[in-house]
Design a protein. Structure first.
Length: 335
């Protein structure tokens, strides 16, 4: 008897759910539902009946990811890889739970983050100390460990093949976090950048001026010199687009790169000015809010209270990350 390979396709693709956006080229953005709509994206990459998830959101996002997979007509055993860009919980909090549902998948994670996926105790306890039990339950849930045998550490310059012909190329990109890699998709000439290239929310797109962007300087490993170098390395590939986690695909990459690097310099300068002031965190928050409001106004977006409220989490976390950098490396500069 001749054994037959089990097809990985589901019976028929269905209409995409409202939280899934077909970006073309076999790339789908999935709104994970974290924090607010269109804030946090996971990506499904499909090639020749094979698939990979890049970033996963939190545990609460897993039903959406599985629904997206079914909607594009693939079974769960079609997923070859789950790839967190780094192990911050809005990117990898649901990775372990998702792996339980994907019997053929290997997790590909930065070597500095691999141990936290195998044993997420320290990751969970660290977040619990910051957010408290109620917020952890509401936003993240209990983290699920991944079998060590199913975890593959990435390395700088590594290539993965998806579906035989699609190449995913990995580079080490510290600056936002030391456990961060970015993934180059040769098919669409785009980077899955996690938080390295910053955040660009679609509600701030302007019909004449395009997208608005700001750097991510969240705790606890923000390093501006390394972040600038990582962004420059992304640009050396002349990308046609960048798939940011917050939120979805952006184009006009050279213009956005100039904006994010200028904003990075401005944020570092704020931090250096506020290094020794009393009530530093409150001052950093106020100064960052003023910087973002001015930048949005210049971009053609009125910085109303509602607009600034939508940036409240960014302002809070970016202020914390800058403060931690100041305490760790007070003499570092972005030059």
């Amino acid at each position: 008897m001749v054994s037959m390979a089990v097809p990985r396709m589901a019976a028929m693709p269905t209409a995409l759910p409202e939280f899934v956006d077909d970006l073309g080229g076999g790339v789908f953005a999935i709104d994970t539902g974290y924090h607010r709509p269109c804030y946090d994206a996971a990506y499904l990459v499909v090639q020749d009946g094979h698939a990979a998830f890049i970033d996963t959101g939190t545990n609460h996002a897993v039903p959406r990811l599985l629904a997206a997979l079914a909607a594009v007509g693939l079974r769960r055993d079609a997923v070859d890889f789950v790839i967190p860009t780094h192990v911050h919980l809005d990117h990898a909090g649901g990775a372990g739970l998702l792996m339980r549902e994907l019997p053929g998948a290997t997790m590909v994670v930065h070597p500095r983050g691999a141990r936290h996926m195998i044993d997420p105790t320290a990751l969970f306890e660290g977040a619990l100390a910051v957010y408290g039990a109620a917020e952890m339950a509401r936003s993240y849930g209990r983290l699920v460990a991944v079998d060590r045998a199913r975890v593959r550490p990435s390395h700088d310059g590594m290539d993965l093949r998806l579906g035989g012909d699609r190449v995913l190329h990995f580079i080490d990109t510290p600056g936002h976090a030391r456990h961060h890699h970015c993934i180059w998709d040769a098919t669409t000439q785009g980077w899955f950048s996690g938080d390295t290239f910053g955040s660009s929310y679609r509600e701030f797109d302007h019909p004449a001026h395009g997208a608005w962007i700001l750097p991510n300087t969240v705790p606890s490993q923000f390093e501006p010199v390394a972040l600038r170098a990582s962004i420059q390395r992304l640009l050396s590939f002349s990308p046609a687009c960048i798939y940011v986690t917050h939120y979805s695909r952006v184009t006009d990459v050279p213009q956005l790169a100039a904006r994010v690097l200028a904003m990075l310099d401005a944020m570092v300068a704020i931090g250096q000015r506020c290094c020794a002031v009393a009530d530093r965190h409150a001052v950093l928050q106020r100064e960052l809010g003023t910087l973002y409001a001015a930048s949005l106004a210049e971009h053609g977006i009125e910085p109303t209270p509602a607009v600034l409220e939508s940036l409240a989490m960014d302002i809070e976390l970016n202020a914390r990350g800058i403060a931690m950098w100041l305490d760790r490396e007070p003499k570092e500069s972005p030059a």
